[in-house]
Design a protein around this ligand. Structure first.
Ligand SMILES: [Zn+2]
Length: 634
């Protein structure tokens, strides 16, 4: 059949949507010939455009309508991104499954034609904020493929931390934590070049661009924000008074600029901070949401006489208001995202945000448990009183929510959850079924918590054994009536083919025996239950190895083949890791050391074979910083 795609070439994103539709339809069936004009061959026409009655649809809320039968019809969107989301939904309805970033990991059905499909579908996103934030060690291809994947699952947002994503790229290029790969050259200039390419990829898809976060405090001190690294730089006499006075001393906190707070009661600090932020916003109109956060880490706030008169949050709100005033003066529309995290979990006592429309509140319960999902108690406990530089972070969800609740009483603007299931916790759930279920349940709670979405702060290489967690996340954030089991079945059938049930059962068993919180460093390192479970887990893993050996040699599709190959690698990975956890939780130091080294050497030597699935830097970082495994090679 002949098909013509009709669309306006004015929108880069709609043009891109058309090229994507053409690419995938050509893969689905070889019965289509695409033509450019309507005169020859009397082609069927698929039109991609904005809703004709645009006033009925908000252009900031994603909504699409698909009406295609016998290869003819239209896909309307409330904005150009929604047209792109609409074509991916259409392809999904035809049977495509976007299982992981990268074209090798997509399941594309083979159909004789698309004529017999009558598709009618209208959807509106349930959450305004649906995104992922970069973490871990990433090569440029990891970032580009992830961005490409986002709208295929219904996401609309990508958050690139810092002014430049130098830290994440650099961790990859120097192969931090992998002594088996020689370091490659990398520079700030190269990071800037890659950053521009990332901007283009975001632009092409009209994704909401979030940027910066930590780092403003460095920029006030004229330090580059290279990530969480110790500096050799020293501060001069004029800069020292700008930094926080902690334990009687001003200067870099622990030698690390990004963890160094400033003396926020100092009017000079407020002006310099606001000027840096506004100048950035002015130079970067491509940034839709500018994140204004203070230094990272806790218990590093200024103890000077003037700062002591206020809790850190009140001083933070003053800076935010100053930034808003300056942005308004310059008629800049950039949204400011502020963070409630660590000392800023305590709601302001005296100050209020003067222009709530400018701001979006980001709730970041970094210390939460991942053994349980949010459950909302009828009555929340009162948050503990703030004690300067002596805070401990809340672990249980009720306590985390009590902070959110206090903030919501003083700020009525938009708010989203910034969450960490795939930041650290996922390494503790080797089956990925448990963490996917937590994600599903958490997202279903967002409305009740008066949150307008969710951004996942995560490794971009979190696909061992598979991409179920992000798949569930994207689908749920956009909105789905599918149950968790239905989503899992959809994913597993596409990834593993006819044996999917065996694999799902296996990974569910693996998950049941794992403990995310233990891996995250919560609780005593000696833990009998963990030890018993690791013994059981080893049995499950060895049993599965036998199943795989005896599994039928019936030919599999390329995508099933590649997912099964990951499953076999994952099986080895889990055996070695379960062994190391067995000794660690049993308190057997010498054996722990040896078992951990076996695991360490195994993943380091195979990093390039499974580069896109496992972030070796990060799993080693978490294992040594939180879980309690020894650092190898210093
Ligand atoms: Zn101070």
């Amino acid at each position: 059949m002949y098909i013509r795609l009709a669309y306006s070439k004015e929108s880069e994103t709609i043009s891109f949507a058309a090229s994507e539709l053409k690419y995938y339809l050509s893969k689905i069936t070889n019965s289509i010939v695409f033509v450019n004009d309507s005169t020859a061959h009397h082609p069927s026409t698929i039109t991609l455009e904005l809703f004709p009655d645009s006033q009925k649809h908000s252009d900031t809320d994603d909504e699409y309508h698909i009406e295609i039968s016998k290869g003819t019809g239209h896909i309307y969107g409330s904005n150009s991104r929604s047209v792109l989301l609409g074509i991916y939904k259409y392809l999904t309805l035809l049977g495509c499954r976007f299982l992981r970033p990268g074209k090798d990991y997509e399941y594309i059905p083979k159909l004789s034609s698309i004529e017999e499909f009558d598709i009618s579908c209208h959807e509106k996103a349930e959450n305004k904020y649906r995104g992922v934030c970069i973490e871990g060690a990433d090569c440029p291809e990891n970032i580009f493929e992830f961005i490409d994947w986002l709208p295929k699952l219904g996401f609309n947002t990508f958050f690139l931390q810092f002014e430049l994503p130098y830290a994440f790229l650099n961790l990859w290029y120097i192969h931090k934590n992998n002594p088996m790969l020689p370091a490659e050259d990398f520079s700030l200039e190269k990071a800037a070049e890659i950053s521009l390419l990332i901007d283009e990829e975001l632009q092409k898809r009209s994704l909401e661009h979030h940027r910066v976060g930590h780092g403003w405090t460095c920029s006030v001190l004229n330090q580059n924000t290279l990530g969480w690294v110790v500096t050799d730089n020293t501060l001069d006499e004029s800069q020292l008074p700008l930094t926080a006075l902690v334990n009687g001393k001003r200067g870099f906190f622990g030698g690390i600029p990004i963890n160094t707070n400033l003396c926020y009661s100092n009017p000079d600090v407020v002006e310099r901070f606001a000027a840096k932020a506004v100048s950035y916003a002015e130079k970067h109109p491509e940034v839709d949401y500018l994140h204004i956060w203070l230094a990272d880490e806790a218990n590093n706030h200024c103890e000077c006489e003037n700062c002591r008169k206020f809790i850190p949050t009140d001083l933070y709100v003053r800076i935010l208001n100053r930034i808003d005033t300056l942005l308004t003066e310059k008629e800049l529309k950039t949204k400011i995202v502020f963070l409630i995290y660590e000392e800023l979990l305590w709601a302001p006592q005296t100050e209020r945000l003067a222009n709530p429309d400018r701001f979006v509140m980001m709730f970041a319960p970094i210390s939460r448990t991942f053994m349980k999902s949010y459950n909302i108690p009828k009555e929340l406990p009162a948050p503990p009183p703030y004690v300067r530089n002596k805070i401990t972070l809340p672990v249980n969800l009720e306590e985390n929510l009590s902070f959110l609740n206090q903030w919501q009483k003083v700020f009525e603007g938009e708010c989203f959850d910034y969450d960490y299931p795939l930041g650290r916790a996922h390494y503790g759930d080797m089956g990925y079924v448990h963490i996917s279920k937590i994600i599903y349940d958490d997202i279903k709670c967002l409305k009740e918590l008066h949150l307008d979405g969710y951004i996942s702060c995560q490794e971009l290489r979190a696909f061992l054994p598979n991409g179920l967690p992000n798949y569930v996340m994207g689908k749920c954030l956009f909105g789905t009536t599918q149950t968790f089991e239905e989503l899992a079945e959809e994913y597993f059938t596409a990834a593993y083919g006819e044996d999917w049930k065996t694999y799902y059962k296996y990974l569910s068993q693996v998950s049941e025996l794992c403990n995310c919180d233990y891996f995250n460093g919560k609780g005593s390192r000696k833990n009998e239950t963990v030890q018993e479970n690791m013994l059981k887990l080893k049995e499950v893993l060895l049993n599965f190895k036998e199943i795989r050996k005896n599994s039928s040699d019936s030919p599999k599709s390329d995508v099933n083949e590649i997912f099964c190959k990951h499953l076999d690698y994952h099986n080895e990975y889990c055996i070695l890791l379960a062994n190391a956890l067995y000794y660690l939780s049993g308190g057997e130091q010498e054996n722990t050391q040896k078992a951990w080294k076996d695991f360490h050497d195994f993943i380091c030597s195979h990093e390039l074979d499974f580069q896109k699935a496992l972030d070796v830097y990060r799993v080693i970082e978490v294992s040594t910083k939180y879980t309690g495994f020894p650092v190898i090679g210093g």
